[in-house]
Design a protein around this ligand. Structure first.
Ligand code: SAM
Ligand code: 2KA
Ligand code: SF4
Ligand code: MG
Length: 229
């Protein structure tokens, strides 16, 4: 969707609209930024259907907003850290413009993506937090292997592990990966309420893994909330 904004004189600015599910201010619950106050812009729509997805409410529901409206809403929270998530943010044509506009306003910008689409659609000054989907998600065949060569030291990768087969898959993927990311930017998370975190911890310790374990912090803080946090 596009909006046309006409200026006096000869220049025409074309700006994009996006479909937004929710915008909220919370404690970052994932990534290397976990624990920091953060504004979340959750975009509508996803091209995958992971078996464990905790955000199905963002598949279809949303309202149209112009980039400028999103910037105003984000600014109202007075927080420098912003995450664009979804749904799948790289699906929407306006996401690159939104990310670059947030950077221009001085925000630190995280983009959470499922790894099936070209991550270079968004500015490399963003930290792209890229899931590598494991077999138990049912969507591992959608991983774009070319994304591994696009990662920069500012990005993060994430394996959401549902069982031991997923853990082995993650180890094998790391073995084959270019050595771009430091170990603290390689994240292993358990599928909430499916894989007990102590089991994942044991596997990671036994493998002497060079990666960071994560538990979704917001689900610990707000166990009974499934959106808006
Ligand atoms: C809702 S997704 C949105 C961004 C993008 N679609 C993706 O999958 O990365 C955000 C993150 O939540 C993770 N996630 C979704 N459901 C989960 C669950 N039940 N337990 C743990 N992590 C989950 C996803 O794997 C992803 O890392
Ligand atoms: N608090 C909080 N932190 C998050 N980090 C990534 C999230 C996401 O859904 O992408 C998320 C979320 O939904 N809530
Ligand atoms: S890619 Fe992300 S939003 Fe889409 S189904 Fe999987 S976890 Fe949910
Ligand atoms: Mg979430």
């Amino acid at each position: 969707m596009t909006n046309l904004v006409l200026f006096t004189g000869s220049s025409i600015l074309i700006t994009m609209n996006l479909t937004v599910n929710e915008i909220f201010y919370s404690i970052q619950g994932e990534s290397v930024h976990a624990g920091l106050p953060c504004v979340f812009v959750r975009l509508t729509g996803c091209n995958l259907r992971c078996r464990y997805c905790d955000t199905r409410y963002a598949f279809n529901e949303g309202s149209t907003m112009a980039v400028g409206q999103i910037l105003d809403r984000v600014a109202s929270f007075g927080c420098s850290l912003v995450e664009i998530t979804g749904g799948e943010p790289l699906l929407q044509k306006g996401t690159p413009e939104l990310a670059t506009a947030l950077l221009a306003q001085g925000h630190e910008v995280l983009v959470e993506t499922n790894g099936s689409l070209n991550i270079d659609r968004v500015d490399r000054r963003c930290s792209r937090i890229m899931d590598i989907k494991c077999p138990s998600s049912g969507e591992a065949s959608k991983n774009d292997a070319d994304n591994l060569a696009r990662l920069t030291a500012n990005d993060q990768i994430k394996f959401v592990i549902g069982d031991e087969d997923d853990f082995r898959f993650a180890l094998q993927t790391l073995d084959r990966m270019p050595d771009v990311l430091p170990r603290d930017r390689i994240l292993f998370s358990n599928v909430a309420e499916q894989l007990p975190p102590d089991l994942l911890a044991r596997w990671m310790l036994d493998a002497h893994i060079r990666a960071r374990m994560q538990i979704q912090l917001h689900t610990v803080i707000w166990p009974n909330r499934d959106c808006g946090v």
